[in-house]
Design a protein around this ligand. Structure first.
Ligand code: KG4
Ligand code: ZN
Length: 333
């Protein structure tokens, strides 16, 4: 049962082929980062137009590379949301209509579920139940994963997503989009102790997050010291350390409260090296197992959608013939 997965929720066009026993057969990604760079962030209209141009050629290349014909496909999974409406519509239209033309089922997949399941594509996948820390450009949440499709959010951000805080702070420092990797690189030359950033909501009980305070602290700091590039590595390092400390404190608390012994970390920010290192130290200390997707599958990709779609289709689930997207839907419902 070979499934084609299509991801078009934002500024990446991702396609992949997944099969139960063979696993991930092939995947391809086209990133629009260069297209949006001059605007300092993703321009939704440009994103959807580029998705239209790139998606079909990418599917053709993927099938050719894997030596698989359209007639070999048993189902198609596409990202139904959350994400940018126009960009989502491109993947949904192509996925739904291609499946209809081929007479095979199609399934709309939740993008966040895709991120949650991305570590399942690795050689040593996590077992259920586990705790998931989902850290992406649009989300930050702690999720108790009982089993496939049984997710309970036990903590989430009250304001900015963690990747969003990285991107906004990077822009403040004059760094190009996407800001997360840029801040991480700049921080390697900085002193994280020079400026003491807050660790919001860590001094009271609970598992929710807030990142707008850290971002505002960076803005005030830049205002105070002036736009002096010499201070930027220290600001980047202090900012990154505060974010990582906050995530580690909350993950540790959630592990304690749930009694779970495996932690899965996914979403774009899970590519962050400092976060990986500090979580590894914590996992060692608490004697818990720690799982990440490979770096290429931390950020948006078609493989995680193909995998999640395969699992749903295997259970006999499928979307009806209407082309439906859910730009704002969370992983809960
Ligand atoms: O998961 P993703 O590709 O998109 C969403 O579903 O939101 O995540 C993109 C986010 C961006 O905000 C980007 O700056 C951040 O992930 N990111 C990082 C790193 N690599 C990507 N943040 C911190 N450190 C990184 N190495
Ligand atoms: Zn994503």
């Amino acid at each position: 049962m070979i499934i084609l997965g299509i991801e078009t929720s934002c500024d990446e066009t991702g396609v992949a082929l997944y099969e139960g026993s063979a696993g991930l057969i092939a995947h391809r990604l086209y990133s629009q980062i260069a297209l949006h760079k001059e605007f300092g962030g993703v321009v939704p209209e440009l994103a959807s137009r580029d998705q239209i141009q790139k998606l079909l050629p990418l599917i053709h290349q993927l099938l050719e590379e894997a030596d698989i014909a359209l007639s070999d496909l048993a189902g198609i999974a596409f990202t139904a949301g959350p994400g940018l409406a126009g960009a989502l519509m491109v993947g949904a239209c192509v996925g739904r209509s291609l499946a209809w033309a081929l007479g095979i089922p199609a399934i709309g997949v939740n993008h966040l579920e895709g991120h949650l399941l991305a570590p399942m594509l690795e050689e040593n996948p996590p077992n259920f139940p586990h705790l998931a820390l989902l850290v992406s450009g649009g989300h930050c949440a702690l999720i108790q994963v009982q089993r496939f499709a049984d997710y309970c959010i036990i903590g989430e951000t009250q304001d900015d997503a963690v990747g969003e805080a990285f991107d906004k702070t990077a822009r403040l420092l004059g760094l190009p989009y996407p800001g997360g990797p840029q801040i991480a690189t700049l921080a390697t030359r900085g002193d994280a102790k020079r400026y003491h950033f807050p660790r919001p909501m860590t001094d009271r009980p609970g598992l929710d997050f807030s990142f707008s305070g850290i971002k505002t602290f960076a803005a005030n700091l830049v205002h105070q010291v002036g736009q002096d590039p010499a201070t930027h590595p220290d600001i980047a390092a202090g900012f990154q350390q505060a974010i990582v400390d906050t995530l580690v404190i909350k993950a540790r608390r959630a592990l304690k409260e749930t009694g779970l012994t495996s932690l899965v970390v996914s979403g774009g920010v899970s590519a962050n090296q400092l976060l990986r290192e500090e979580l590894a130290l914590m996992a060692n200390e608490l004697n818990i197992k720690l799982y990440f997707p490979r770096p290429a599958f931390c950020t948006d990709n078609g493989a995680m959608i193909a995998y999640a779609g395969y699992q749903h289709l295997k259970l006999g689930e499928k979307s009806d013939l209407a082309i439906t997207i859910e730009p704002r839907k969370g992983v809960k419902s």
